[in-house]
Design a protein around this ligand. Structure first.
Ligand code: CP
Length: 304
């Protein structure tokens, strides 16, 4: 693994290796023994979109590993915001930093950063995918359910970055997944082509109850992602009926796990009572972002 740009680039073995390293680093952290794997190393955290979890968990994780993390606001502070091309930014930052994390809109920008910087690049989320979040979700599901092979997952919501990465991640991990999106909000075409190779382990529907039925883990995400604010009214109309609520949870397998990448919009994609009933698992998921990010850095920069 040279970069983490999208889950489609990882073999199933590489994906499971990230989870194994994350489990080990979590165990060591709990024991007060964070290995200083990033001593003398610097990581740039380049954000073109808001973040609470990704930014802070990277900053804390890099600190725990003995390295330096620098937050760079690409929306207001870097010269990118004034038109400096990504390939020039990449060639400069690649000479200072040992790795770059980039959260932005277009997947092609993250790919360009990787092509020109000469150092490992990690996607911090794009419109196409959220690989760190889905690795975290898989880590959490494995932790809670004891394994991934054969687990039945459902996703209810927008066929956007989370759905794209979940489809790829779940299928590579040996799970099955049913994705329910309103018509007109389907996942990316290349992801659907990939999923078609997995036969009955993948199903796409516009009926959210179908995704919930017999699921052992249910995922959802916001209907109005960053940059979509102008579409808010239309989206709320189009997603009406796609809320993860108690009635829908009753269709799932007993003890069904609920995962949400956060931030959540209570009353839209998930009701307050469902979120609060599953808060322990959802905030364990948020904690696991830290361990997964440390694992990715350990693999990319310390040869784990
Ligand atoms: N889930 C997630 O990526 O959270 P942030 O947007 O707060 O980083």
């Amino acid at each position: 693994m040279k970069h983490l740009l999208k889950l489609g680039d990882l073999s199933p073995e590489e994906l499971l290796h990230v989870l194994d390293v994350a489990d080990e680093l979590k165990r060591l952290h709990r024991a007060g023994q964070d290995p200083k794997l990033l001593e003398g190393k610097a990581v740039a955290l380049i954000f073109n979109k808001n973040s609470t979890r990704t930014r802070t968990s990277f900053e804390v994780g890099i600190y725990q590993m003995g390295g330096l993390g620098t937050f760079l606001n690409a929306a207001t502070e870097l010269q990118i915001a004034r038109g400096e091309p990504i390939q020039d930014t990449a060639r400069v930052l690649g000479r200072y930093y040992d790795a770059l994390v980039y959260r932005t809109y277009r997947q092609s920008e993250v790919e360009a950063l990787a092509r020109y910087s000469g150092v490992p690049v990690i996607s911090g989320m794009t419109d196409y995918g959220h690989p760190l979040q889905v690795l975290t979700d898989l880590m959490t599901v494995r932790e809670k359910l004891g394994g991934l092979e054969g687990v039945r997952a459902g996703f209810i919501g927008d066929g956007y970055n989370m759905a794209n990465s979940l489809i790829v991640g779940c299928l590579k991990a040996g799970m099955s997944i049913t994705v329910a999106c309103p018509r007109g909000y389907r996942p990316a075409a290349d992801v659907l082509r990939f999923a078609a190779g997995y036969g009955g382990r993948f199903r796409l529907t516009s009926d959210p109850d179908e995704a919930a039925k017999d699921a052992q883990v249910l995922f959802t995400d916001v209907w109005i992602s960053m940059g979509m604010e102008r579409e808010a009214e239309r989206r709320r109309r189009d997603f009406a009926g796609f809320t993860l609520d108690a009635a829908r949870m009753a269709l799932a397998a007993p003890g069904c796990l609920v995962q949400h990448p956060l931030p959540a919009r209570r009353g839209e994609e998930i009701t307050d009572d469902v979120l609060e009933a599953h808060a322990a698992d959802i905030f364990d998921e948020a904690e696991n972002r830290l361990h997964v990010e440390k694992a990715v850095l350990a693999i990319l920069l310390a040869g784990y």
